[in-house]
Design a protein around this ligand. Structure first.
Ligand code: HEM
Ligand SMILES: *[C@@H]1O[C@H](CO)[C@@H](O)[C@H](O)[C@H]1NC(C)=O
Ligand SMILES: *[C@@H]1O[C@H](CO)[C@@H](O)[C@H](O)[C@H]1NC(C)=O
Length: 366
């Protein structure tokens, strides 16, 4: 009994010692001046001010175009990293710092708007561009119902050089080329599939500029598994008449299907993981979070970063279940994973689904 409580005391003392070593005051929250927020770690208070500015002026606290773009720029900044070549420094904000170079790359078409918005917020609050990108990405994801609450680490130094052209995968590239590029950046095929959960809160403005805001799934305003379902509806592998480079026909009216997503959904190296997320949101979110954590610190020394994850808002939970869009049945699904059949799903009730475009000025009332 005495020994037990002594041990308990030791554990408590040791924990206190550890937390004070890390400079973290973890029992009581401190009111962050000038905001309605409280933080466990006062050093994270500054990020609550950035949060308010971002949500009010850029992301509009909605899972719309700006939150989507904030996630896309996370990928395009961080993936400029290579294990083998002497270029690029990963999640370092180089896409903003050296925007005049990187934003000219074809693969970064359309990133300029969010890059400009985030630059302004970073400059206002004295934050590095690497940090603002990762922060806005995590907040943008949190604006989407069903999403995981991603980690946020602060303290990336500013980039010192631009990334090279060719590091960002493109929709017209083969699965071999895409997997090789991801491998060179340190990501397995499974991790790429997990990262591609991002395309559930996504639309294309630049693939076909005549139809801006065309979504990759029927629910671009939520972080559900519909993207993994709808990419497996039957279709053809090659662009048809009227389709742009990197795009193939989607069987849903109003939906955009990238050639790379079509191929990755069916390739033997990726199809089973793709399908495993459909009926397991927990698994999808865990794998996405893990892969995003890796992406967010590519090329960074995490020992020099401070965990301010407490600043990231809590996402709302999903109100829908995984389903086939109205008008589609299990007969419209393509089998691709040899080991496991495609999961059985109910069909949404109603007339054949027509996917609506994502408005480009969400939150502005137009
Ligand atoms: C195989 C790799 C990938 C390819 C080929 C690819 C390609 C694309 C393309 C062509 C677009 C449309 C851009 C436009 O026309 O406006 C897009 C949008 C998007 N991508 Fe990817 N992507 C890939 C991986 C990723 C990853 C790993 C992430 C995040 C972790 C991501 C996040 C997004 C988001 C959020 C959008 C929507 C942007 C918006 O709606 O404004 N993508 N992607
Ligand atoms: C990053 O660079 C910008 C622009 O030069 C500068 O205003 C900012 O102070 C720098 N931030 C850090 C953390 O070095
Ligand atoms: C869903 O994935 C989790 C792992 O994140 C696992 O523990 C659980 O068993 C899975 N659920 C089902 C129904 O397969």
């Amino acid at each position: 009994m005495v020994i037990k409580s002594l041990l308990g005391l030791l554990v408590v003392v040791f924990t206190l010692f550890l937390t004070s070593q890390a400079g973290v005051v973890s029992y009581r929250k401190t009111q962050c001046a000038g905001t309605v927020h409280k933080a466990f770690n006062p050093a994270c208070c500054k990020w609550f001010r950035v949060l308010d500015d971002l949500q009010t002026n850029v992301l509009h606290s909605t899972c719309g175009d700006a939150s989507h773009s904030a996630l896309r720029i996370v990928f395009h900044d961080a993936i400029g990293f290579s294990k083998t070549k002497k270029f690029g420094d990963g999640a370092d904000g180089s896409i903003i710092m050296f925007g005049e170079t990187e934003l000219e790359f074809a693969a970064n078409n359309g990133i300029d708007e969010i890059a400009g918005d985030l630059k302004r917020v970073a400059d206002t609050h004295g934050k590095s561009y690497g940090d603002i990108i990762q922060f806005a990405g995590a907040v943008g994801v949190a604006n989407c119902a069903g999403a995981p609450r991603l980690k946020f680490l602060a303290g990336r130094p500013n980039a010192t050089r631009p990334a090279s052209e060719g590091t960002v995968p493109e929709a017209f590239q083969s699965v071999d080329t895409i997997l090789a590029r991801m491998h060179d950046a340190g990501f397995s095929p499974d991790e790429l599939v997990a990262l591609l959960a991002s395309h559930t809160m996504a639309a294309a403005d630049k693939v076909d500029i005549t139809i801006p805001g065309t979504p990759f799934d029927s629910t671009p305003d939520s972080f559900d598994s519909q993207f993994f379902i709808e990419t497996r509806l039957k279709g053809v592998a090659f662009p048809g008449k009227g389709h742009k480079r990197g795009e193939v026909a989607s069987p849903l009216v109003g939906e955009m299907r990238l050639q790379s997503d079509f191929a990755l959904a069916r390739d033997h190296r990726t199809a089973c993981t793709w399908q495993s997320f459909i009926k397991n949101q927990t698994l999808m979110n865990q794998c996405f979070s893990y892969a995003m954590e890796k992406l967010s610190v590519l090329g960074q020394n995490t020992k020099h970063l401070l965990d301010c994850s407490e600043v990231i808002p809590h996402p709302e939970s999903l109100k829908t279940i995984p389903h086939l869009p109205a008008g589609k049945t299990m007969a419209d699904v393509e089998q691709a994973c040899a080991a496991t059949p495609f999961p059985k799903l109910p069909t949404a009730i109603g007339p054949a689904t027509i996917v609506k475009p994502v408005e480009s000025c969400d939150g502005d009332g137009n």
